[in-house]
Structures are given as C-alpha cells and as structure tokens.
Design a protein around this ligand. Structure first.
Ligand code: UDP
Ligand code: MG
Length: 345
C-alpha cells in the first residue's frame, strides 16, 4: 500500500515565493506518484497565517487550479508554530511533511523522508548538513542555544528546525498536547515513536525577507527553555544555597577578625556591596519565577490556539475523515470557497 502524503506549508506574507513553492511541490507530488512512492490522494496544504499581502489570494488560485492543493486561512497571525499545527491537525494523510514556504529546506529531501516512513519510522527529522548560508550571528546563536537546551534536559535534534515528517500515529499523539506555548521541535522528540533523520543542505531564502525578526526568535527561544525545563528554577535554588553559604563564611570570618585578630575595619564596601548583590540576585530570581508563573497563567486559560476563517480546495479532492477541511460543491460540480469560522479543540 502506498503512502498518502500531505505537505503542510505555513505562510506569512509570502507572496514573493508562494507561486514558486507551489509549483515545486506540485511537481514533486506528481513525480512521486508516477514513481508509485505515494498514493493518488496526496495533497499540499498551505496555511495562511493571517497575511496582509496577496498570500491568501495566491493560495486560493492555486487551490482552484490544482486538484492537489488546499488552503487554510487563519483568522489572524498566530505565529509559525500555531500555523504549522493548524495544518498538521487538519489535513488528512498517512504521513504529513511540514516545510517552510521560503524554499530554504530541500524539497527533494521529502522523497527520502517518505521512504524512511515506509521503512517503519513514524518521525523523520530534516537535519541541515551545514549552516553555511546562515549569518554568523544566526549560526553561533543557534549552536549555543541548542547546547543550552540540551544541557537543560530538553531533547532537541541539533540542526533540525520544523522540516519533518510525522506519521499518522505521531500526529494523533501530538493532538493530545494542549499547551498554548508551542515549541514543536521540543515536543516531537517526546512522542517517543521510532525516529530517524535525513540530511540536506539549507540554502538561502528564495525571495522575500525573514518573517522571524530577532524579537520573535527570542520569544521562541524563551518558550523552548521554559516549556521543557525547570532547570532555571533549580539553578536559582542552587545559587541561593551558594550565596547563603558564602554569607555564613563571611560571618565566621568577621567574628574571627573581631575577636582574634582585632583588625576589623567597618567599611562601606562590606555593607553596601552585599545589598546590591543580593538585590540583583533577588530580582533575577523573581524574574525567572515570573516567567513560569506567566506560563501557568497562559496555560490555565486553555485558549484555542487558532481559528480557521476559510478553507479552499478543488472539487475533486476527497473530504477527510476528520472533517475539518470542508468542501462545498456548486450544483454543476465546480469548486467553491467556503467561509466559516471554526474553533478547533
Ligand atoms: N511564518 C508563519 N507565521 C509567522 C512567521 C513566519 O507562518 O508569524 C512562516 C513563514 O511564512 C515561513 C516559516 O514560518 O514559511 C519560517 O519563517 P522564515 O523563513 O521567515 O524564518 P527564518 O527561516 O528566517 O528563521
Ligand atoms: Mg526561512
């Protein structure tokens, strides 16, 4: 039995690259189907993450001209991770590949991913062979960050971002995670199903600019640490113990100096420096604790992660069993775009 493949592509203001990305993916699916690697119902699902440019219009026209293409439009910009999840949890397929719209990841690696899936792996990570095309800053900060994450106990795959294949079992398991602060590259390795990696060379963005400015990257980085590790809290406790021990040692030293050496000079430094030092540590600690409290606060709200505003697909495509991609046919069988707001669990 061949695999029914779905490719999910999150898009935020990607009008410059979308026509080319769509063309390459359709070409790939046609080729894989001709080679009998994938089944006939395989499709491509573009998720418009609240774009303000022509992205949705391009997706609509692709969907109406290509039977393999469908589109999901989120009601507003919810971020890369949520857009990606919206696509993965919505589309049908035995295996779902997620890939960025900018063609930095190698589309041709998808074939190898599918083959690995057919060999029995539920999860296939796309791992970049080198980071030669990244800026020095991005490369070194990413390396340091992955090391830090691992040190803190999160299982992340070095060199892997969000280019991966998930089998149906893995997707259904992912559905069970209800957290709002999504850091998929930390969650997926936790699923525990058989996993492997395929390697590819990451190239420069095909067109347009990065949709991940420093502020967003930092946000994702902080989410990654605080969602997967309580190590910062432990470090605070350890720091507290060290500082307390030092203060006790200082008391002993001062007492010794006073009674035995008779040489204590009551000084400004010894009284003012500890005030600043401890004040700093306390503020830092409160900040880190606050980070976790904020997380608990956000998670307890159980807010939905996204709303689908519109979906589009060609008339000939089958309706999935989860029924979350809708199809509406006109009397003459031509395709139409349906508009409705659908909160997902
Ligand atoms: N993206 C998204 N929502 C956002 C930001 C980005 O769906 O709020 C998508 C974007 O369209 C692209 C992917 O996430 O397909 C990765 O973004 P980008 O390539 O700009 O990130 P970089 O490669 O620069 O880290
Ligand atoms: Mg990119």
């Amino acid at each position: 039995m061949t695999t029914r493949l779905a490719i999910v592509m999150p898009c935020y203001n990607e009008e410059e690259v979308l026509p080319e990305s769509g063309r390459r993916l359709v070409e790939l699916l046609n080729r894989l189907q001709n080679d009998n690697v994938i089944a006939a119902g395989s499709l491509i699902c573009f998720v418009d993450d609240g774009s303000t440019d022509q992205t949705w219009e391009i997706i609509q026209s692709l969907a109406l001209t290509e039977s393999r293409v469908c589109g999901i439009k989120l009601s507003c910009n919810r971020g890369h991770q949520s857009a990606l999840l919206a696509g993965v949890l919505t589309v049908e397929g035995d295996a779902i590949v997620t890939i960025d719209a900018d063609l930095q990841d190698d589309v041709n690696a998808i074939e190898e991913m599918v083959r690995r899936f057919q060999q029995g792996f539920d999860i296939v990570y796309g791992v970049r062979r080198s980071r030669a095309t990244d800026t020095t800053f991005k490369r070194s900060s990413a390396q340091a960050y992955y090391k830090l994450l691992r040190l803190m106990g999160a299982k992340v795959v070095y060199g892997h971002a969000d280019f991966r294949l998930l089998g149906r079992r893995a997707v259904e398991s992912l559905r069970e995670y209800s957290e709002v602060n999504l850091f998929l590259r930390g969650i997926v390795p936790q699923l525990g199903f058989p996993a492997t990696a395929v390697y590819y060379d990451r190239v420069k963005r095909f067109a347009g600019v990065s949709k991940y400015p420093l502020r967003r990257m930092l946000g994702l980085a902080i989410d990654g640490i605080t969602s997967f590790s309580i190590m910062p809290l432990r470090l605070i406790s350890a720091l507290g113990i060290v500082v307390c021990s030092l203060s006790i040692a200082m008391v002993v030293w001062v007492t010794y100096g006073h009674f035995v050496l008779n040489s204590t000079i009551p000084g400004w430094a010894s009284s003012v420096i500890p005030i600043y030092f401890l004040g700093g540590i306390q503020m830092l600690s409160i900040g880190v604790v606050g980070e976790y409290v904020a997380k608990v606060y956000l998670e307890t709200k159980r807010r939905p992660r996204y709303f689908i505003e519109q979906t589009v697909r060609a008339a000939s495509t089958e309706v999935g069993q989860h029924g979350r991609i809708f199809e509406q046919q006109d009397g003459d069988g031509s395709s139409a775009i349906e508009e409705r707001i659908t909160p997902l669990p």
